[in-house]
Every structure is written in structure tokens, then in C-alpha cells.
Design a protein around this ligand. Structure first.
Ligand SMILES: [Zn+2]
Length: 385
């Protein structure tokens, strides 16, 4: 939403301010009326009118803060009410679906998850299970959801949630958004998993104070979500971020995309399994356990070299101040992540110019895409509350 312009009607300004106030409370949590007024650049009477309206609607509650400062009347603390707006967040992974009911303010009120295998990975099966689980959870929690956000590891058209291709799920041309809307009778937003990982890190994770960041998702495939100047980077039709398919090794291993030597053939989960002496398709638990029990980190040297090479390319092209490594990469030894950061700085002109791009592992871990899916669902909800 853009700022008020000359000729804007008073009710439009009020709606704009109300959305800004709700977004601030949803993202940063409880705050006093006085700090809300200062942060949003509104006078106290405007904040009072907005908060009173939201309190009457049950969207926020107010209480006297426990810690009083000064002798005057304390500024009331404004708290978002989680049950005032609840969304369903769904993270479709290659081996599992994770689902959560998330309240205003970001609290995960309830969770469910189930494993996928060959038969249950069929889109129809996944949709049926989502709908059943959503009904059970809504009954258990005694809430009515107002929107749905879905993360899918594939190429997704944001306008209508069409999954163009999700190779690791063996999905192609799946009208996921429309099919879920038809059965759940709720607005459904579908996004690429790495893009939603970036959104989650930007709103609630490592990148809250970074306007230029890249999130790397690393499951069976490797992808990227990019935020530049505080805005998600979108390509033609919204398709962008297939960082795993940068060709880094001409004549290298064949990738399912049809090319040879894509970055993810060297840094995806099967490559990490090979480096650890595990079968290519070892279960995630075994890979993480092997990483934690690693006696000789040098077995990962070649993997680390490929990781650093790809990241140096990404940093040179996009110029982020921060790169967040997600999913499987959160289990990498800290020393490996540090040395990759050093190599990236040595190899990247851009990184040297900005005094070193920070490379960190995701503090949100496995929940990043679930949180990102919730934030995607909240975007239209906050405007409408
Ligand atoms: Zn490829």
C-alpha cells in the first residue's frame, strides 16, 4: 500500500493507518500506544481512535504495562489477539507436509504433519489430507481460519497458485491454488518455498534488518529467494530464483532439469550424502545425524568448495548484505559455514566492496517455509481486518 496522497479521502487515510498499525503489531508484537504513535508518525489522538476501534472489534487488547516508567499516567500496552485472525500455513516438502494454524502476531496455535511417499505424494491425495487435517485442527482449536498460504518446492505462478513444475514432487501443471480454494472455501496464496523462506527470514528471522538478502533453500533440490531493496525479486510471470540450476560444472553430473553440472548436483542433499559416505537417498534424519557425528570435517571440503563457488556467483550478481542458509544447511558444521564465508569474500568483488557479505544459517530452521506461508496468507488479511 502506498502512502496517502493529496486528494485521498479521510476514510482511505484511516484504513491505510489501521493497516500500518496492524502490520506493526503483527510483526513486532505488543507495544505501547506512545511508541506506536512515534513509530508510525501519528498523533496520540489518531492512535487512540485506531486502537479503540480495533479493541472494539476484538483484534487487539490493552493493558497497563507491568513496568511503569516515570510518574505520569502509563501509556497502555496494545496486544494483538492471536484468535482475531487465524490463517492456515502449509509447507509441502518432498518427504513431508507440515501444517500450522497461525494467529495474528505470528503464534503457531497448532500443528500437524505427515510423511509423503510415492502414492501419497499425488496432488489429489495431498489436497484431501490437507482438507481433512484443516477441519480437525479447526475443531480442536475452535477457530475459523480466514486465509491459507502454501509453500511448494517448485515453479509457482503467484497470481493463481498454479504449480507449473515441482520436479522433486513429480508435479506438473497442478492448479493447487484453485483446487484448494474450491474445497476449503478460503482465499489461498501459493508461493515457491525458497521465496517464502526469504520472506520468513525477512519478517521474523535473521534478515529482519536486511533490505538486501538471499535465502538458500536446500532440500533434495537447491533454490533461492531474493529480497532486494526490501522487495521480493520476481521475474517474468513471477518465476525467479532457480539458483540450483546455475551451471557450475560443464560436463558434470546430469541434473533432472535436463542440463549437466547444475549447482545443486554438487551441493544438494544427494551430493552431501555422497560426501558423507551415505546412499544418495538416505533419510534426512540419517544425514543430520552423520553431520552431527562428523569426526573428520575434511570429507566435506569438496562440497564446501562447490557451495562457496555458487555463493560467490550469487553474491556477485545480486549484491546481498546477508545470505541465509536454510533447511539441511542449518545442520552444517559452524566451522564449514565460517570458511565458506571467508572464501566467498575472497572470490567476490561485491562481497569485498561491502566489507564481507554475512553468511549465516537460518535461525528459523525447519519452520522457515511454514512461517513464510503464514505471512503470505496474512498479507491480504491485514488489509481487510
Ligand atoms: Zn538443473
Amino acid at each position: 500500500m502506498t502512502g496517502p496522497t493529496s486528494g485521498t479521502r479521510p476514510d482511505e487515510i484511516r484504513r491505510h493507518n489501521r493497516t500500518a498499525l496492524l502490520r506493526r503489531l503483527h510483526v513486532d508484537g505488543p507495544s505501547t500506544r506512545a511508541s506506536l504513535a512515534a513509530e508510525l508518525g501519528l498523533n496520540r489522538s489518531t492512535i487512540k481512535a485506531l486502537v479503540d476501534g480495533l479493541a472494539e472489534a476484538g483484534v487487539v487488547a490493552e493493558r497497563v504495562p507491568a513496568q511503569r516508567s516515570g510518574a505520569g499516567r502509563p501509556s497502555l500496552l496494545v496486544l494483538p489477539q492471536p484468535h482475531a485472525a487465524v490463517v492456515i500455513a502449509i509447507d509441502v516438502r518432498v518427504e513431508q507436509v507440515a501444517m500450522g494454524f497461525v494467529g495474528l502476531g505470528g503464534e503457531i496455535l497448532g500443528r500437524d504433519s505427515w510423511n509423503l511417499h510415492h502414492r501419497t505424494r499425488d496432488p489429489g491425495e495431498v489436497i484431501t489430507h490437507i482438507v481433512e487435517s484443516a477441519r480437525l485442527m479447526a475443531d480442536d482449536l475452535d477457530v475459523t481460519a480466514v486465509g491459507v498460504g502454501v509453500s511448494v518446492p517448485g515453479v509457482v505462478r503467484r497470481s493463481d497458485g498454479q504449480v507449473h513444475e515441482a520436479p522433486n514432487l513429480h508435479w506438473s501443471g497442478v492448479a493447487l491454488g484453485k483446487r484448494l480454494e474450491a474445497v476449503l472455501k478460503l482465499p489461498v496464496q501459493v508461493g515457491n518455498d525458497a521465496e517464502l523462506g526469504a520472506l520468513a527470514e525477512h519478517v521474523r528471522g535473521a534478515a529482519q534488518s536486511s533490505s538486501d538478502m538471499v535465502y538458500i533453500s536446500a532440500d533434495v533440490g537447491v533454490g533461492g529467494g531474493v529480497i532486494l531493496s526490501g522487495q521480493p525479486l520476481r521475474g517474468a510471470g513471477g518465476y525467479v530464483g532457480e539458483l540450483g540450476h546455475m551451471v557450475v560444472r560443464p560436463g558434470g553430473r546430469r541434473c533432472y532439469c535436463g542440463c549437466e553440472g547444475c549447482w545443486e548436483t554438487e551441493v544438494g542433499e544427494p551430493a552431501l550424502c555422497r560426501a558423507l559416505g551415505l546412499p544418495d537417498d538416505a533419510p534426512r534424519g540419517a544425514v543430520v545425524a552423520a553431520l552431527r557425528a562428523l569426526d573428520d570435517p575434511s570429507v566435506l571440503n569438496e562440497f564446501a568448495d562447490w557451495l562457496a563457488l555458487g555463493l560467490a556467483n550469487i553474491v556477485n550478481v545480486l549484491g546481498p548484505e546477508l545470505v541465509v542458509l536454510g533447511d539441511l544447511y542449518t545442520a552444517l558444521p559452524a566451522s564449514l559455514v565460517d570458511s565458506v564465508g571467508t572464501v566467498v569474500q575472497q572470490r567476490s568483488l561485491v562481497s569485498r566492496a561491502v566489507g564481507g557479505t554475512q553468511i549465516v544459517t537460518s535461525p528459523l530452521g525447519r519452520d522457515a517455509k511454514l512461517i513464510g506461508a503464514a505471512e503470505l496468507a496474512f498479507e491480504p488479511v491485514l488489509d481487510a481486518l
